[in-house]
Write a protein that binds this ligand. Structure first.
Ligand SMILES: *Cc1c(COP(=O)(O)O)cnc(C)c1O
Length: 429
């Protein structure tokens, strides 16, 4: 038995599925999770000493590559002064200033500890500001695990949502309406059905939790117009896209200004951080200025802020990082496309910038229903082949691969070579 398997056996007795977040348990792909020990640049090592080219990057934060010396040093330096004070510190305003200077729609923000918390709080602000209770979200978008976001579309004529998890009250789910990604008319219909009741529309401006699904031209613009017309707020959940598609996130990349934005992942440089913010008048609704209550014992933690400040400063001062990761993303997608063509596979690769995803289906993917046509058993075989040959990717079809600044053309070529060996094998039978 490998050390990973031993640790998994032990962990399973102590934690549900042996993990602290479900996708890590490998249930979608079979086999046992690799327990990781250390990471550096583009590589990650498991406890059995196997090295992998890593395309998870802690699900985004490691955009500069693992164990970046500037971030590591910043964390050590901050830790030497004390781990947490439960009081205001200067660095919190520095990180807020960095974020607001890079993302023009952010005039004021509040730090929290996760993306889940950021979304939960932004939704509360939207409800508090508008005095309305319903939220529109899109099927297949993930916004963390708060009650009102763990909701799926009701069947048939039911337009109000139903719980997507045990333990979410039906009453809570009823206030979350689900629309179809890339379909403005599905949103328009909900606005007509619930006049004056919709507080906000929330979405991932590039969907990264149903595989990668891009917004079609006009979709984000249409939502912006609709929200303005109906006096509802537009919330961009940029927990993945923030500081990844470019220094001002998806909103800068596509040129759309949301009312509220949530960030996470990258802004903590690998530490647990999230934040929500936007227009000043909206954020002035938050306690202690306004009546929307939200608080956090460890929010704005000095060590986490030091990591975030180091990461964001590098991203602000080095625009060539974005040119590099975006170019590597294009290079990867081009390579995959060519291989699928050469081996006569109908599958396709999609993505934008450093976010990519292969769908094992022959039809274009515009929304969650389309994404579900992907052959997940084929994905499982492909995933295990890549893993066994030293490539660590998200253990689920419905995720993205993340390219970092440490990924070189040579590493992408190596990765494509391993994909090619898989295609050769599957074409032989
Ligand atoms: C990861 C993610 C979240 C949740 O963030 P956590 O830090 O895991 O709570 C929310 N929204 C999106 C788009 C995400 O990808």
């Amino acid at each position: 038995m490998s050390r990973s398997e031993e640790l998994f056996e032990k962990a399973k007795k102590l934690m549900p599925g042996g993990v602290n977040s479900p996708v890590r348990a490998f249930q979608a792909v079979g086999g046992h999770p690799r327990f990781m020990e250390r990471a550096d640049g583009p590589y990650i090592w498991d406890v059995d000493g196997n090295r992998y080219i890593d395309y998870i990057g802690s699900w985004g934060p490691m955009i500069l590559g693992h164990n970046h010396p500037a971030i590591r040093e910043a964390v050590i330096k901050a830790a030497e002064k004390g781990l947490s004070f439960g009081a205001a510190t200067g660095i919190e305003a520095e990180v807020a200033e960095l974020i607001c200077s890079m993302v023009p729609s952010m005039e004021m923000l509040r730090m929290v500890n996760s993306g889940t918390e950021a979304v939960m709080s932004a939704v509360r602000v939207a409800r508090g500001y508008t005095g309305r209770s319903k939220i529109i979200k899109f099927e297949g978008c993930y916004h963390g695990h708060s009650d009102s976001m763990l909701v799926k579309a009701g069947s048939g004529a039911l337009t109000s949502g139903v719980p997507d998890s045990l333990g979410v009250p039906a009453g809570c789910a009823a206030d979350t309406l689900t629309a179809r990604y890339n379909d403005c008319s599905s949103v328009e219909r909900l606005f007509e059905e619930y006049p004056g009741q919709i507080a906000a529309v929330i979405l991932e401006p590039v969907a990264g939790n149903m595989g990668v699904v891009l917004p079609e031209p006009g979709f984000l613009e249409g939502l912006r117009e609709l929200c303005t017309k109906k006096r509802a707020l537009l919330i961009f959940d940029e927990v993945i896209t923030g500081f990844r598609l470019g220094p001002s996130g998806a909103q800068g990349y596509y040129g759309i200004t949301p009312d509220l934005t949530t960030f996470g992942k990258i802004i903590g440089g690998g530490m647990p951080v999230g934040c929500y913010g936007g227009r000043r008048e909206l954020m002035e609704m938050v306690a202690p200025l306004g009546g929307v209550y939200q608080a956090g014992t460890l929010s704005g933690n000095p060590v986490a802020m030091a990591a975030g400040r180091a990461e964001l400063t590098i991203l602000r001062d080095h625009p060539e990082i974005y040119s590099h990761i975006n170019e590597m993303g294009d290079y990867y997608r081009d390579g995959v496309k060519k291989l699928f063509h050469t081996y006569g596979k109908p599958w396709f690769v999609t993505g934008v910038g450093s976010l990519s995803c292969i769908f094992f289906t022959d039809s274009p993917v515009r929304n969650y229903q389309d994404a579900r046509t992907s052959d997940t058993e084929e994905f499982g075989r492909y995933f295990n082949h890549m893993l066994n040959h030293g490539v660590n990717m998200a253990p689920s079809q419905f995720e993205s691969i993340f390219i970092s600044n440490a990924h070189t053309r040579e590493l992408i070529d190596e990765t494509l070579g391993i994909l090619e060996s898989y295609l050769k094998e599957t074409s032989a039978v």
